[in-house]
Write a protein that binds this ligand. Sequence first.
Ligand code: GDD
Ligand code: MN
Length: 362
Amino acid sequence: MHSPELTIVLPTFNEAGNLAMMVERIDAALAGIPHEILVVDDDSPDGTAAAARAIGRDKPHVRCIRRIGRRGLSGACAEGMMAAAAPVVAVMDADGQHDETILPAMLARIAAGADVVVGSRYAAGGSAGAGLTRTRARGSELATRLSQLVLKRAVSDPMSGFFMLRRELADRVAGSVAREGFKVLFDILWRVGPQARVEEVPFTFRERQQGESKLGFVVTMQFLGLLVSRLTGGLLPVQFLLFALVGFSGLFVHLAALYVLAEVGGLSFVWSQLAATLIAMTTNFLLNNWLTFAHRRLKGWRVLYGLVTFCLVCSLGAVANISVAVWVYQFDKATMLAGLAGALMSSVFNYAVTKLVTWQDV
Ligand code: GDD
Ligand code: MN
C-alpha cells in the first residue's frame, strides 16, 4: 500500500446504513490516488462504529475513531483532521449528500497552491436544490450572508460541510475551532486569516441516502452563538453566550412563576419567591443541559445529579453576586453598576463551575 496522499474524514452519527456505499463511492472517485478514510463516530446507537470496523477488516484504508461521551460535528471533524496520516485532509458528510467525484479536482487545487478548497453549493455550477427543504434553503441563505459579513471574505458557501485543506494548516487551527455545532468550515476560515488562499469547486448537493438530518434548533442556536462570538473577536466563547442567554430566560421564568404563585395562587410572597427561584433554576438547568451542553448532555439518573449540583453552584454564585455588588457599591454608590457587576460575577462563576462540576466538560 502506498502512503496516503489524502485523508477523507467522515463524521458520523447514526450513519450505519450509508457507510458501505460511501466507501465504495469514494474509492471509485479516487481510483489511482492513495487515500485513507477516517470515520469519526460519536458512539452512535445504530452501530456505525462496528459497521466501520467491519468494512475496515476488508479494506485496511478505512479506520474508525469512536468517541465516547462527546457529541458534536465540529469537534469530530477537528479530531479526524488531527488523526489524519496524509498531508491533505478532506471532510465530507457520510450520508451521500456531498459529491465525491469532485475530490480529485479539489486535490488538484491544493497541489496548485490553494490552502483551503471549499466544495460549494452556491458557486456558479453548483446547486443546493435537492438536498434542502424550502425552510432549510431560506435559513441556509441567511446564515451564508451573515457569515460572509463576519468573515469579510468572498466565499460563496462558508457553511459547507465539504472542504479540503493541508493537514499542517488543520493542525494549526483544529485545536481552537468551536467544538459545538456544525459550522467547522466557517470557523476554520475565520482562523486562517485573510492571507490564506481559499478556492471553491462547485457541486450539486444531493438528497440524503438513508437516515435523517441532525441539524435542528440546537444546531441553529449554536451557529448564532458562534457568529456573535466571532463578532466579538472570539473573546466570548459560544458556550458562555448560550449560558448567558439561558440565564436571561430564567429571569422571565422567575417572574412568570412568581406572578402565578403569588397573584393567581395566593401563596405568600416569601414562599412564592422561593418556589419561583427553584423553578427558574430547574428550567435553567434543563435548558443548559439541552442547549449549552448538548455535547455533554446528561441522561437518566445523572440528570438528578446535574440538577442538584447546578442548584448548589448557583446558590454559591448568588453569594458571589451579592459580595461583589456590595463591594462595588462601597466605592461609588451607583446602584445599577453594582447590581450589574454582581450579576456578571455570578454568571461567570456559575458558568465556569457548572461546566466543570455539573457537565464535567474540561
Ligand atoms: N461525529 C458526529 N457527531 N457526526 C455528526 C454529528 C455529531 O454530533 N451530527 C451530525 N454528524 C454527521 C452526520 O452523520 C453526517 O455524516 C454529517 O455529520 C452531516 O450531518 P447531517 O445531519 O446530514 O447534516 P445536514 O445534511 O443537515 O447538514 C449539512 O449541510 C449543512 C449546510 O446546509 C452538513 O454538511 C453541514 O455541515 C452543513 O453546514
Ligand atoms: Mn446531510
